[in-house]
Every structure is written in structure tokens, then in C-alpha cells.
Ligand binder design. Structure first.
Ligand SMILES: O=c1nc2n(C[C@H](O)[C@H](O)[C@H](O)CO)c3cc(O)ccc3cc-2c(=O)[nH]1
Ligand SMILES: C[C@H]1O[C@@H](n2cnc3c(N)ncnc32)[C@H](O)[C@@H]1O
Ligand code: MET
Ligand code: SF4
Length: 393
């Protein structure tokens, strides 16, 4: 049983036989991708305050030292991003700061916001005004918190990390698998196109890796909402010296992800943390958000490869490199999808995951996001150019 899953109301049946089958998967069992995608983004680290203290993470600052970006700072980052041809504002930051962060709460209140989610909503609106589509990963969220921001995001995400109880998540306030799974399930209930993933090398074993991937699959089968699964190796830094997974481990776990997940879910590896070149043949078809102008604030020691390097990786793999939006095409309404779209639309009509027909015509993108995609301004044109696949020409 997954620790805390029932406590958070998540009912999952992970079949032992499916775990065994996945444990037997090797890179030879999966196919290389037809194309390799990436998104151009800017990273907006809204606050470094965080209620958790994951031992692998250098991102968070303790109370008294944590930062909070002003909306002017958010606007400035987004403006630079739009100017550099990005389509995505990636809002990822500390999990809902608890009451130890008195000064963060006081500042939010002085600016007229009740919570970090209220503030995130305003920040997403700024991103949209500047011509970027928000993708927010604020960590664990209740359904009410998700509802506060869902309609101003093109897609959202949270890493499951692992279904295992690991020492890296120890301490009085800690990430719990049950709560992560509930966040992923909440997104499904609210029809939010969603990114999740596993963090590899934080103390989980092979069986737990298989179980984590199958848990994601099971939630996706229920809601059809997962767009991509990130297979992220833990990276060494000042707080984490317990090592990073070997190439052999990454190859095997990436192949397991490809084998565990249905075709419509992309398998992503971050090219700044993982040896992407050596992993493509294990079923990777996405390189995630890559920023031409900002750091990866979670892993600032690992800089983004330039576009030319991504092209080299794709060339080596014999797959074309294609820029994508932060929301995958299968979640767009049919009139916004391109003529060449041949995937499994997430509108209930494809039946790839056996969704019931009464769910047909589900709207994944909100009227706000649809308006941004259709707008007759420079940003709208940039989004549509990426959709048509002509952004790299
Ligand atoms: O730059 C990063 N982008 C991260 N991203 C962004 C991701 O690369 C893109 O934003 C998505 O592919 C959407 O385009 C995440 C997104 C999530 O929803 C969940 C986790 C991550 C993790 C990272 C990360 O560690 N670094
Ligand atoms: C956004 C995501 O960043 C990941 N994250 C946090 N710290 C590290 C690290 N040292 N190495 C790799 N990934 C990390 C977590 O998986 C988090 O969910
Ligand atoms: C900066 S880490 C990413 C967001 C969130 N704190 C989480 O761990 O899920
Ligand atoms: S990984 Fe996310 S939740 Fe964990 S300490 Fe870092 S910011 Fe907080």
C-alpha cells in the first residue's frame, strides 16, 4: 500500500504482477521516439519560502531569509522572455509557506493578497499580459487552491517524486506520497492538463520506481489528464552529496517509464541534469522547458543547453526537433489543433484510455487561455507559429 494514500482519499490498486512485468523491462524493449519536443520558457521563482525541507533541495530559504518577487519583477522577467521568443512562464516555487514565514505573509497582506495562491493568480495574469502562457508547479495543492489558479494556466504540474517513504523527505513537515497523489488526482478532477514525474535516486528502490510509474498511469487512466512524465535524476549540490543515478540506472528507469505509460503521455528528461543524448533511445520524446534567458533556479549549477545542442541531440537520435507549447496539442479544442494532428485527443472522443463517451467535448483550456491562443497580437501569433511547427524555421 502506498504510504498515506488512503489518508488523503486516493484509492489506488497497484497490481503486483504489473510491478513484476515493469521490473523486467530493459531499454531494448522500448522504441525510440518519432520526434523530440521542447518548450521555450522563463523560470519565475515566485518565492523561496517553503513549508518543506527536502534534503536534496537548495531552492528553499529558511524563514527570515526567503524572497518574494514583486509583480513588477515578475513582469520584467516575462517581458524579457516574450522578447526572446518564449511561450511559457514556468512558476515553480516553495510549497505553500507555513506560518513560520511571518514576513512573507505580511508582505502578501500589504500587497492585498490572502495567500500565495491568490498571489500566483495575479502573477499568471501578468505573464499572460506580457505574452506568455503560465505553467505553474506550486507543489502540493488542495482542490480549492488549484481552483484558484487553474483557469489562468495553460497546464500545471507537480512531481510525484516517489511513492516511497524516503529519508530525504523526513522531518516534521515533509512531502508525503499520499498528498502528492491527491494533488495529481485533484488536477484530473478539475480537467487541468498536467505534468508530473519521478525524482530518481533519493532513496527509493526499483520496486518503488515501478510502483510510482504505475500510480501515475492509474490516475491518468481515470482522468486522461497527464501530458508528460519527467524522469529526473537527483543532482548533487551543497545540500545533497548522496550521489546521482548512474547512466545505467537512468536508461533502465526511462525505459520503464516508456513501457509503463500510454503513448499519449510524453516521457521527458531534463537535458541539463540528465545525459539526454544517451537516453533518447530509451523512449524519451521531450526535453522539457529550456530557457534562453533564465537559470534553472532549482538546479542553478546546471545550465541549460543552447538550442544548437538540442538540435545535435535530435540529429544523433534521427528525430526532428520540434518546439511545443506548455500545453500539449491533444488538450486543445479541435479548432485549435493543427491539420496534421494524429494523436489521441483528450476530448473524450479518442478512447485511447477508455474514457467514457459522456466526457466528450471536455474543455481543457479555459476561455482565458483560449483567448490568448487566438489573440490577434504578437503573442498569439507566436503561439500559433509554434503550433504550426514553423517556429524553428
Ligand atoms: O527548469 C525546470 N523545469 C521544470 N519543469 C518545467 C517543465 O520543464 C516545463 O515547464 C513543462 O514541460 C511544460 O512545458 C517542471 C514542470 C513541472 O510541472 C514539474 C516539475 C518540473 C521540474 C522542472 C525543473 O526542475 N526545472
Ligand atoms: C521541481 C522539482 O525539482 C526537483 N528537485 C529539487 N531538488 C533537486 C535536485 N537536487 N536534483 C534534481 N531535481 C531536484 C524536485 O523533483 C521538484 O519537484
Ligand atoms: C522548487 S521545487 C518545485 C515546487 C514544489 N516546491 C515541489 O517540490 O513540488
Ligand atoms: S523540492 Fe520543493 S518542496 Fe522540497 S524543499 Fe525544495 S522547494 Fe520545498
Amino acid at each position: 500500500m502506498i504510504p498515506g494514500a488512503s489518508e488523503y482519499g486516493v484509492a489506488l490498486e497497484i497490481d503486483d504482477a504489473a510491478v513484476e512485468r515493469l521490473l523486467a523491462v530493459t531499454p531494448e524493449d522500448v522504441a525510440a521516439p518519432r520526434e523530440l519536443t521542447f518548450a521555450r520558457n522563463v523560470f519565475v521563482p515566485l518565492t523561496t519560502a517553503c513549508r518543506y525541507t527536502c534534503t536534496y533541495c537548495t531552492y528553499f530559504d529558511p524563514p527570515g531569509e526567503a524572497s518574494l518577487l514583486s509583480l513588477e519583477e515578475v513582469r520584467e522577467i516575462c517581458e524579457r522572455g516574450a522578447d526572446a521568443g518564449c511561450t511559457e512562464a514556468l512558476f515553480t516555487f516553495g510549497d505553500d509557506p507555513d506560518d513560520r514565514y511571518a514576513e512573507i505573509h505580511a508582505q502578501l497582506e500589504a500587497w492585498g493578497y490572502d495567500s500565495i495562491h491568490d498571489y500566483l493568480r495575479a502573477a499568471c495574469e501578468v505573464a499572460l499580459e506580457e505574452g506568455l502562457l503560465p505553467h505553474s508547479n506550486p507543489g502540493d495543492q488542495t482542490i480549492e487552491q488549484l481552483e484558484t489558479v487553474a483557469d489562468v494556466n495553460a497546464s500545471m504540474g507537480v512531481m510525484l517524486e516517489t511513492t516511497a517513504e524516503v529519508g530525504a523527505h523526513a522531518g516534521p513537515r515533509r512531502k508525503e506520497p499520499g498528498q502528492r497523489l491527491r494533488t495529481i488526482e485533484n488536477a484530473g478532477k478539475l480537467d487541468v492538463a498536467f505534468t508530473t514525474g519521478i525524482l530518481v535516486g533519493i532513496g527509493e528502490d526499483w520496486r518503488e520506481r515501478a510502483e510510482s510509474l504505475l500510480a501515475i498511469r492509474e490516475l491518468h487512466e481515470r482522468y486522461d489528464h497527464v501530458q508528460e512524465v519527467i524522469v529526473q535524476p537527483v543532482a548533487e549540490n551543497e545540500r545533497w552529496s548522496d550521489g546521482s543515478p548512474t547512466l545505467e540506472t537512468m536508461r533502465r528507469v526511462t525505459a520503464m517509464a516508456r513501457a509503463a505509460l500510454p503513448e499519449e503521455i510524453s516521457v521527458q528528461v531534463p537535458p541539463n541534469l540528465a545525459p539526454a543524448r544517451e537516453l533518447i533511445d530509451c523512449g524519451v520524446d521531450d526535453l522539457g522547458g529550456v530557457s534562453p534567458i533564465t537559470d534553472d533556479h532549482i538546479n542553478p549549477d546546471y545550465s541549460w543547453p543552447a538550442l544548437r545542442e538540442l538540435e545535435g541531440i535530435a540529429d544523433d537520435a534521427g528525430a526532428p526537433l520540434c518546439e511545443r507549447l506548455p500545453v500539449y496539442e491533444r488538450f486543445l479544442p479541435s479548432d485549435l489543433r493543427t491539420d496534421g494532428f494524429d494523436g489521441a485527443a483528450a476530448d473524450g472522443t479518442a478512447g485511447a484510455t477508455g474514457r467514457r463517451s459522456e466526457d466528450a467535448d471536455r474543455e481543457w483550456v479555459s476561455p482565458t487561455i483560449r483567448a490568448a491562443l487566438e489573440a490577434a497580437d504578437a503573442a498569439g501569433e507566436r503561439y500559433r507559429r509554434v503550433l504550426r511547427g514553423t517556429a524553428l524555421e
